[in-house]
Design a protein around this ligand. Structure first.
Ligand code: NAD
Ligand code: DAU
Length: 352
């Protein structure tokens, strides 16, 4: 079959990447989608089981740091676009092992930029889309929002590595005229999120009646976005965004962590038919995350007014759907939390 475009999606076996790959494979049968993913602890082909046989989908296991592989893929597939999500994504892991974040998020991104620069001798119609985070902007006080012009002020090794990668992407636009576009998004939640992140970790622990570790005073605030709304925003920016521009993406959905954990406890008690307040008894306030950013909140006006994107899933609905999905996929949860992850998980963070 002749395809109208061939796109490289990196990190497509991870949480957000798998939603994006599924969306593109199903919505755009005229596109050929090549998913390059190293399948680290966070990548799982089970996340894409429903599209793996699709005629417009190809999976390649490999590292974005493998220059020879990137050359081979660019030569074989002659990509029209790249959507780059592959990354080390968990802040706590970046605190215990910053080097792997530099390796993947900084070196890996630059190697991918180099490959695009080398192979896209004709840049017309090409687009390199870098997926980033609101954490590059640092921490907010009680009021205010991050906009696209907020100065960068990363505080964790994770956010520093993402900030560095964003700077390289923009540098390649200015220096080499590489056609790039970027977006910086708030906290995502929904199905297939690895249970080291707050929401799936809490759901997992509530289900197993284990302690619920809330860092510090629990009053840290995040702006939560339903993952499929993020995939929709990425689709929008990829197709309609202006080259060289950055778009902030957020859910307009701020929660203090403790309020979010309370809401999850109540939803889970109802779904599991446990007595009211049963899960709240599991909450434990634990030692804080070093350098913990107090509050993130996004001003998403630019993507709304210029590209017409808005989030569609409200918080209560999204949290309930997430809890129901994890309860219906306990096998997935067991498989991804077996083996090495459990050792890491128990040793590093939750024994303190
Ligand atoms: P994730 O950890 O669930 O998935 C990352 C994927 O990248 C995994 O499939 C992993 O196997 C793959 N990967 C890691 N190193 C690789 C390498 N060297 N080569 C190839 N593949 C590699 O991450 P996520 O939460 O889906 O985040 C995806 C992207 O979105 C990241 O760039 C992240 O910084 C960004 N982001 C995430 C959020 C969020 O809330 N999760 C919010 C904003 C931005
Ligand atoms: O803002 C976007 C970012 O959101 C993404 O770039 C990151 O990839 C993603 O991991 C996420 O980072 P956070 O650090 O905000 O997410 P996390 O789920 O790790 O933590 C959310 C909040 O909950 C944060 O304030 C720390 C707190 N927390 C987290 C865990 C895992 C707890 O209180 N207890 C926990 O056990």
């Amino acid at each position: 079959m002749a395809f109208s475009s061939t796109l490289l999606i990196t990190g497509g076996a991870g949480f957000i990447g798998s939603h994006l790959v599924r969306r593109f494979v199903n919505k755009y049968p005229q596109y050929r989608i090549v998913n390059l993913d190293l399948l680290t602890y966070a990548g799982n082909l089970e996340n894409l089981h429903d599209v793996e046989q699709a005629p417009n989908y190809t999976f390649v296991k490999g590292d974005i740091n493998d220059e020879a592989l990137l050359d081979e893929l660019f030569e074989t597939y002659r990509f029209d676009g790249v959507i780059h999500l592959a990354a080390e994504s968990h802040v706590d892991r970046s605190i215990s092992n910053p080097m792997s974040f530099i390796q993947t998020n900084v070196f890996g991104t630059v190697r991918l930029l180099n490959a695009a620069r080398k192979h896209w001798t004709d840049k017309s119609g090409k687009r390199f889309y870098h997926i980033s985070t609101d954490e590059v902007y640092g921490s907010l006080g009680e009021t205010g929002l991050f906009s696209e012009t907020t100065p960068y002020d990363p505080r964790s090794p994770y956010s520093a590595s993402k900030a560095a990668s964003d700077h390289f992407v923009r540098a390649y636009f200015h220096t080499y005229d590489l056609p790039v576009v970027l977006s910086n998004c708030s906290n995502n939640y929904g199905p297939y999120q690895f249970p080291e992140k707050l929401i799936p970790l809490m759901i997992h622990n509530i289900f197993q009646q284990k302690p619920l570790p809330v860092y510090g005073d629990g009053k840290y605030t995040r702006d939560w976005l339903w993952v499929e709304d993020h995939a929709d925003a990425i689709d929008t920016v990829f197709h309609k965004g202006t080259i060289g521009e950055t778009y902030n993406i957020g859910g307009n959905n701020e929660w203090k962590n403790i309020d979010l954990v309370h809401a999850l406890c109540d939803i889970m008690d109802e779904l599991l038919e446990r007595p009211a307040d049963a899960s709240r008894q599991l909450i434990h306030f634990v030692k804080d995350r070093p350098g913990h950013d107090r509050r993130y909140a996004i001003d998403a006006e630019k993507i709304k007014s210029e590209l017409g994107w808005t989030p569609t899933v409200g918080a209560k609905d999204g949290l309930r759907r997430t809890a129901e999905w994890y309860l219906a996929h306990s096998g997935w949860l067991e498989r991804v939390t077996s083996g090495a992850y459990l050792n890491y998980y128990t040793q590093q963070y939750h024994n303190r």
